[in-house]
Structures are given as C-alpha cells and as structure tokens.
Design a protein around this ligand. Structure first.
Ligand code: GAR
Length: 213
C-alpha cells in the first residue's frame, strides 16, 4: 500500500468540509493523513474540529496584517513545515499571493460554491438566483493566482427550485460539496489526477470535460 497522501487543510470558518474529510479518512474511505489544519481566523470553528480530531493546527491571525505577501509567505512556510503533498482550501476566504502559490502549482485545490467559471468570488448562491439559473452547484479546481480561476477538476450540480433563497440553496448544496471534495481528494490520493502541459489529466488521458459527482 502506498503511503497516505499528506494533506493540509486551510479553513476560515465553520469547517464542515474539513469535517467531511476527517470523517472519510476515519472511515477508511480516504487514503489520506491530514497533517495540519491552518486558519487566518484563530476563532474558526474548523480549528476546533481539527483539535478535537487530534490534528495539528496553525492559527495565524490576518487581522491588521497590511503586507499581504508577507502574511501569505509566513502562513505557507508554517504549512510547508508539515510537508504536505496536497493543500486543500476548504472555505478559506482569502485570495492568495501568486508568489506563495508558485511552488504548489498542481498541488493545491479549492472548493467553490458555484458552477465555475460562473460566479467566482462571493455571494454565489444569490448571483445564481438573480441570473435565473436552472442549475447551481459547487466546483473543485486547482488554484492559480486568478481568483477561483484555475482548471476545474469536478463539479456537483443541483436544481434551483421555485421558492429557493440563497440560504436554502446553500443548505442544499453543502452536503453535495462534502461528497464532491472527498471524491476529488480521493482521486488525487489514488494518483488518478495530474496537471500536465497546462491541462488536467484523469486516469492518464486529458480531461475533456469537468467530472461530475
Ligand atoms: C463552502 O460552501 C465553500 O464552498 C465556500 O465556503 C463554505 C465553507 O463551508 N468556499 C468559498 O466560498 C471559497 N470561495 P465550511 O467551512 O463549512 O466547509
């Protein structure tokens, strides 16, 4: 058996996607080792979930840190000390400096609550409703310096129903996010995903369409 994939998870808040990863790992479904959970918010609930699970944490308060590049460099140095193979942004609500991302190209993913390339940034549920979309969803993509702009590995779609508001949509999407993120991390842990020549490959072949979970 290959060694489990060493995963660092970055959170800014609730940490339900982190909890899904922890649960999947514990159940034996996910061949990973979550080596550290880091946050820009010392009070993030996600840090407590990590501590409860006996996972190392890094809390580096970004409040009042004007030099964004220096903050990101410090955060990523702290994370790199745990020698992760993969960094997962799971509700990490900061844009990262391009300089820290460079060494991690192809080894850092993000879950975003929209069907990318639709609605990068914030308020994705309301924007899907305002646009009159029939479908909404979440995407997992590799992170580049462009906000929510790197290549998308997979998405999970839900129908928008009459009477939905942003909260209802978010609540219905969240359990789908958990499945999507766990599946993507599993594929990466199993060595099925590669980012080569500017293109994602899955099972050795270029990915022609976003995978659906
Ligand atoms: C999730 O909905 C995730 O997709 C979103 O934040 C939430 C975090 O929930 N991420 C973004 O908006 C990133 N742009 P969680 O803390 O319960 O996992």
């Amino acid at each position: 058996m290959p060694a489990p994939l060493r995963v660092a998870v970055l959170v800014s808040g609730r940490g339900s996607n982190l909890q899904a990863l922890i649960a999947a790992q514990r159940s034996g479904a996910l061949p990973i080792d979550i080596v550290v959970v880091a946050s820009n918010k010392p009070a993030a609930e996600g840090l407590r979930h990590a501590q409860d699970a006996g996972i190392a944490t890094v809390a580096l308060d970004a409040t009042g840190r004007r030099d964004r590049a220096a903050y990101d460099a410090e955060l990523f140095a702290r994370i790199a000390a745990f020698t992760p193979d993969l960094i997962v942004l799971a509700g990490f609500m900061r844009v990262l400096d391009a300089a820290v991302l460079g060494p991690w190209a192809g080894r850092i993913i993000n879950i975003h609550p929209s069907l990318l390339p639709k609605y990068p940034g914030l308020h994705t549920h309301q924007r899907a409703l305002d646009a009159g979309d029939a479908l909404h969803g979440a995407s997992v993509h590799f992170v580049t310096a462009e906000l929510d702009g790197g290549p998308v590995l997979a998405c999970s779609e839900i129908a928008i129903e009459t009477g939905d508001d942003a909260d209802a949509l978010a609540a219905r999407l969240l359990p789908r996010e958990h499945v999507l993120l766990c599946r993507c991390v599993q594929w990466i842990a199993e060595g099925r995903v590669a980012w080569q020549d500017d293109r994602l490959h899955f099972d050795g072949a270029p990915l022609t369409d976003v995978l659906r979970v």
